[in-house]
Design a protein. Structure first.
Length: 333
């Protein structure tokens, strides 16, 4: 599979492709890279390829243009992040960067990893919001998990919660564990649990792509030997994403070993792999009730996901979400 081979080259797992791709193959890979939002990362792989294996000149120039755009975006975003973090830290707050901002630095070429926003967790959520408002910036608090605002052109999500805790006792337990790990500055175990739960949530939203998987691959390669996997298993089982994490780690290990056969995957794990390769994208995010109705539809269209990788079926999950929205509108830990 050419896109995975190129990803392996980009991550330094292999040195070249297994064959010289045709123009048609390169065209397909480019379209997939755009859909999965890893076009910049893959360009880093193209730069490593022998010249005879690179795409034709016109596509190479187009790919280069996208990579240069990402480089510029990365520099602008990191400048804005430093400015915002400086405001918070100068006022006594501790800042923890989340998701790609935490993992991106471990990519071979961090500047080529696409990021559309900045996710963070503060030692004092509301004080962080107030400090931003004192700069004349509007802070949106409509969503219970995080506030959001634009800082120097960068969309920022300041997290009050890391996980979807509303109406969910297991997630509240996980949230307390994550807070404890942060307080202990144990960001390895924090990221192991947080990133995997994030992958799991995207999976059910039909939004899991190679971009999120690549973040996990990079994290796993860097920190696998430092994760407390017993702690991870305990809380993954409690929240219901243990089977999912086993499947993701099998896929991850296969890619890291430069294998593309996935011969050790069960039928359900192969369906998960195919779901990732399909790239999601059926949901129009941040579109109010239209997004909610699309999510409801996907819950029933993708019943196999619940049968294979969730502790409860779609009906229970939807009812819990609805009841939580009414009875736990402003969650407390």
């Amino acid at each position: 599979m050419l896109i995975i081979e190129l990803l392996q080259v980009a991550l330094g797992i292999r040195q070249s492709l297994s064959h010289i791709p045709s123009d048609v193959e390169w065209g397909r890979v480019y379209k997939m890279a755009v859909r999965h939002r890893i076009i910049g990362v893959l360009y880093g792989g193209i730069e490593r390829l022998p010249k005879e294996q690179r795409p034709h000149k016109d596509l190479l120039l187009e790919w280069y243009g996208q990579a240069e755009y990402y480089r510029g975006m990365y520099e602008r975003q990191r400048t804005a992040v430093r400015s915002l973090n400086g405001l918070w830290r100068d006022n006594g707050l501790t800042v923890f960067e989340l998701k790609g901002d935490s993992i991106g630095r471990f990519y071979p070429r961090p500047e080529l990893r696409y990021s559309c926003d900045y996710d963070c967790l503060l030692s004092d959520y509301e004080q962080g919001n107030r400090l931003v408002e004192q700069q004349g910036i509007t802070v949106n608090r409509d969503f219970y998990k995080n506030s959001s605002f634009v800082w120097e052109g960068l969309h920022v999500e300041n997290h009050q919660f890391c996980t979807p805790v509303r109406g969910n006792k297991a997630m509240k337990r996980l949230e307390r564990v994550l807070r404890r790990l942060v307080s202990e500055n144990n960001m390895v175990d924090f990221n192991a649990l947080f990133l995997m739960e994030h992958l799991w949530s995207h999976f059910f939203e039909d939004a899991l792509t190679l971009k999120q998987l690549t973040d996990w691959i990079v994290f796993y390669r860097e920190f696998n030997n430092f994760v407390d996997w017993q702690l991870f298993e305990k809380h993954a089982k409690d929240c219901g994403f243990w089977r999912f994490s086993i499947a993701i780690n099998k896929i991850t290990q296969s890619i890291l070993s430069s294998s593309l056969l996935m011969t050790n995957l069960s039928e359900s794990e192969r369906r998960l792999w195919q779901s990732i390769m399909n790239g999601g994208g059926s949901i129009e995010m941040n579109n109010g009730w239209k997004t909610r109705m699309q999510l409801v539809g996907n819950y029933f269209r993708n019943g196999w996901k619940f049968r294979c990788y969730a502790p409860h079926g779609p009906v229970f999950s939807l009812l819990r979400t609805a009841i939580g929205y009414v009875s736990d509108k402003n969650p407390k830990l």
